[in-house]
Design a protein around this ligand. Sequence first.
Ligand code: NAD
Length: 267
Amino acid sequence: MKGLAGKTALITGASSGIGQAIVWRLAQEGCNVVINYRSKPEDAKQTESIALSKASEAGHTIKTLLVQGDVSKEEDILRIVNSSIESFGSFDILVNNAGIQSDFPSHELPTEKFDQVIAVNLRGAFLCARESLKQFIAQQRSGVILNVSSVHEIIPRPNYLSYSVSKGGMGNLTKTLALEYANRGIRVNAIAPGATVTPINESWTTDPEQRAVVESHIPMARPGFSEEMAAAAAFLVSEEAAYITGQTLFIDGGLTLYADFRETWSA
Ligand code: NAD
């Protein structure tokens, strides 16, 4: 994809699922990758070694960096961004991927659980964006931010209030930053995955009955895969998308098309 080879991308929560697939796809396109992980160095190392092989198979020589850090902690974010700049001199692409969810009826949702989800999914994304924007402005080169949102940016999800609120907020984070920095050559977009086969969804992906229930709500009757999310992510951060900013691209097999209206149920 145009304009990715030789760039440097920082991806948060990159040792599994969608983040890992984005690392691999960007490596394949010739990007240097900074792989942030929270708690599993062995998974991060494996992600790195597969990234190096994918790049080399595609004829690219890339550099990689592993950085442990918790995006709910401001001091960790400063360290993650500073390590990227120290190692690569600059960086061009931020992918705010780290995310968690929490399942409680809203009237029983503990305050600390609400705060935790917002701290990782929304405040973490804001802080990573803020620190990256400072760097993009200082290096006087265009930069790109990609937020990994969710279909729950627009679909309310009962029992997942904090998650829905965080992704709804991410939609506005994307648009506001896009507007604020458009005239400095900085683009900000989001991808919004639908139900995707990753560790966050083990409860239904590994249970055939539950998986069938999920699939019954998806017009394309199947879940998405991380590589499909990574392909859209690579496009949006590449120069192929040079005129796209402030958009959330839904990648959901039609989930946001109101599947219940497949057959008309009113006159
Ligand atoms: P995942 O659990 O494999 O990935 C989440 C990653 O974030 C993990 O590697 C985890 O270690 C990391 N992480 C969590 N808290 C962190 C913290 N405090 N600091 C740094 N890293 C942290 O699941 P996934 O499905 O790949 O999720 C990736 C993103 O995609 C999330 O933002 C999620 O909300 C979003 N998403 C996923 C789906 C889906 O169906 N899988 C759908 C919509 C959106």
